[in-house]
Design a binder for this molecule. Structure first.
Ligand code: ADP
Length: 256
């Protein structure tokens, strides 16, 4: 057979195109898989507290609870319902981030003032756990989506309290660096084992399921941080030593 010179040229041009299409399809598959996995997780996470609630309620409805246990049962139903509310709120926050928050306007935010306000919102939680919160640094402004920046800083500070030891501390630093504005939160808590460091940003991922359940949480906090960082071209880093503590930092890129 005679090889047609033109055919070869066409193939040379087609190859990268076909490769690009192939890559695109693979990315689509990965996104579809993530969606599927997410829905499966959501269903599971919603079903667990709902099953408990309906179970407790059914026992009460059938008059099978001794009067002295009614308080205890109501308490359990209340707790599971609160858990559901937090979960649904976090899922809504995450899905808003997925829509890339097109409708949310960027504005100039003073990250130091925002963090100070978050620290005061968390004061009940920190004093209940006898954890001291220390905020240092300087005023620094950044143009971003206020609500999302707030959720990011809040989640990291809240974790620093939740996973701390009684009598521990949370040191927060907010200020400017050569790379850009930075918020850094250091705790004296339980730490994160190295093999889990990468995974804690995944949706619903918790290092220790039983421990986390006791502490309370949805496993969505840090994925909200990660998605918020993507939206703001910010970098999140984690440093942790088991039994000593964790430092999570967000570095925002300089506003152009
Ligand atoms: P959760 O709602 O469970 O706190 P997050 O997404 O905020 O979910 O965090 C995921 C997991 O990462 C937590 O369950 C916990 O195991 C671990 N983690 C997060 N922050 C810290 C921290 N400051 N110290 C120790 N472990 C942490």
């Amino acid at each position: 057979d005679i090889e047609h010179p033109l055919d070869n040229e066409i193939y040379e041009e087609l190859d990268p195109l076909l490769e690009a299409i192939d890559k695109q399809n693979k990315e689509k598959d990965a996104v579809a898989n993530m969606r599927k996995e997410f829905s499966a997780n959501v269903s599971h996470e919603l079903k667990t507290p709902l099953t408990s609630i309906s179970g407790y309620a059914e026992i009460m409805k059938n008059g099978l609870v001794k009067p002295e246990d009614i308080q205890n049962f109501s308490e359990r139903i209340y707790k599971e319902a609160r858990r559901l509310i937090t979960l649904v709120e976090d899922i809504i926050k995450l899905s808003k981030l997925d829509e890339e928050s097109v409708e949310l306007e960027k504005e100039e935010v003073n990250l130091y003032d925002m963090t100070r306000e978050i620290v005061s919102r968390l004061s009940m939680q920190s004093s209940a756990k006898h954890v001291r919160m220390i905020l240092e640094g300087e005023s620094v402004t950044y143009t971003g989506i206020r609500q999302i920046l707030d959720e990011m800083i809040y989640n990291i500070c809240e974790n620093a309290i939740k996973y701390n030891r009684p009598g521990g501390s949370v040191s927060i630093w907010v200020g400017n660096t050569l790379e850009g504005p930075k918020v850094s939160v250091t705790d004296t808590g339980i730490g994160i084992p190295e093999e889990h460091l990468e995974r804690v940003f995944e949706r619903f991922y918790r290092v220790d399921k039983s421990h986390s359940k006791e502490i309370g949480g949805t496993g969505l906090g840090l994925s909200i941080v990660k998605h918020g960082a993507l939206l703001h071209q910010a970098k999140v880093s984690v440093d942790s030593t088991v039994g000593e503590g964790t430092r999570i930092s967000i570095v925002f890129s300089k506003n152009k």
